[in-house]
Design a protein around this ligand. Structure first.
Ligand code: NAD
Length: 298
């Protein structure tokens, strides 16, 4: 089995920078890439602040922070992927963007490079068709924020080899993650359960069965969820959740996966959650929850 020592991360956004931080904290080398060197540097700065926060809270020493940062380098092009055994892509959730990235990587990397995608909803088998060796292609679905959330959901495409699975499992263990393995089906394991539950919460609200706060309190205090489903979808992004529901519904066809009409209307109205400061709740400039959105009050 190939030992992975150096990882190339494509996309230095929310997930890519969290991923690079977690890789670096586990002592592996990481190259953080984005469309420009500056964009990659922005991701690096985000990691720096996150680690400084950990030091301030006494969760990490100054030396550990410096050691982690020393494992990270930034790149505005894909060339350095050739020096890495694993590429994890966390670019935009768009099949065209992702396939273009893999086609370019395939020109640069050798036949043994493992490619992983952090996609939440796109088929791993379809992404794997962009590369010459689909047996080296796999899904590595991390959860946000990556340094905090313990889960790694690995997805095997139709042609993913067992060697590829074992190699990425070993990396996941080094990153201290709890690993689950899914077949390549829409929503994999977690979103197939979570997203219909969130969708149902929105239906319950739309049908006037319960208020925003009662729905959230129901799951918080009745099921011990750390967050209610409506607060959670505000954080995930109501548009992001809508697109995952559309994928699950269109692929599996069953009416139980149909996106709630209220969900669609909220996306059309630009009420996409915390990032827009308005979803089921309203948020201030620091992202703190202020109140239930008056649209849903009373
Ligand atoms: N946000 C979440 O909670 C979450 C959770 C699990 C999985 N994901 C998945 O992770 C991926 C990234 O999501 P995100 O929330 O970090 O998005 P984001 O918008 O924060 O970051 C995406 C980054 O990719 C960069 N990028 C776009 N095209 C690129 C290219 N061709 N080459 C290099 N970089 C490129 C962008 O400049 C941006 O910095 C998506 O596939 C998403 O579905 C997100």
């Amino acid at each position: 089995m190939m030992e992975i020592k150096r990882i190339f991360v494509v996309g230095a956004g929310l997930m890519g920078s969290g991923l690079a931080q977690t890789v670096a904290q586990s002592g592996l080398e990481v190259v953080l890439n984005d469309v420009t060197e500056e964009a990659a540097q922005k991701g690096f700065s985000r990691i720096q602040s996150s680690l400084e926060g950990r030091v301030a809270k006494g969760k990490m020493s100054e030396e550990e922070k410096d050691a982690a940062l020393s494992h990270i380098s930034c790149a505005g092009t894909l060339e350095k992927a050739a020096t890495c055994q694993l590429v994890i892509e966390a670019a935009y959730e768009n099949i065209g963007v992702k396939q273009a990235v893999y086609k370019s990587l395939d020109e640069i990397c050798g036949p043994h490079t493992i490619y992983a995608s952090n996609t939440s909803s796109i088929s791993i088998t379809s992404l794997a068709s962009a590369v010459k060796h689909p047996e080296n292609f796999i899904g590595m679905h991390f959860f946000s924020p990556v340094p905090v959330m313990k889960l790694l959901e690995i997805t095997k495409g139709l042609r993913t080899s067992d060697e590829t699975l074992q190699a990425v499992k070993a990396v996941g263990e080094k990153m201290n993650k709890v690993i689950i393995v899914s077949k390549d089906m829409p929503g994999f394991i977690v979103n197939r359960m979570l997203d219909p539950m969130i969708n149902e919460a929105i239906e319950i609200l739309d049908q006037g069965i319960g208020s925003v706060e009662d729905i959230d309190n129901g799951m918080k205090y009745g099921c011990n969820h750390p967050m209610g489903p409506l607060e959670l979808v505000d954080m995930i992004g109501i548009d992001v959740h809508y697109s995952v529901m559309q994928v699950i519904h269109s692929e599996l066809g069953e009416s139980k996966y149909r996106p709630s009409p209220l969900l669609r209307k909220m996306v059309q109205a630009g009420l996409t959650g915390k990032k827009a400061k308005a979803g089921f709740y309203l948020y201030d400039d620091e992202g703190k929850k202020v109140s239930v959105n008056p649209i849903f009050a009373g």
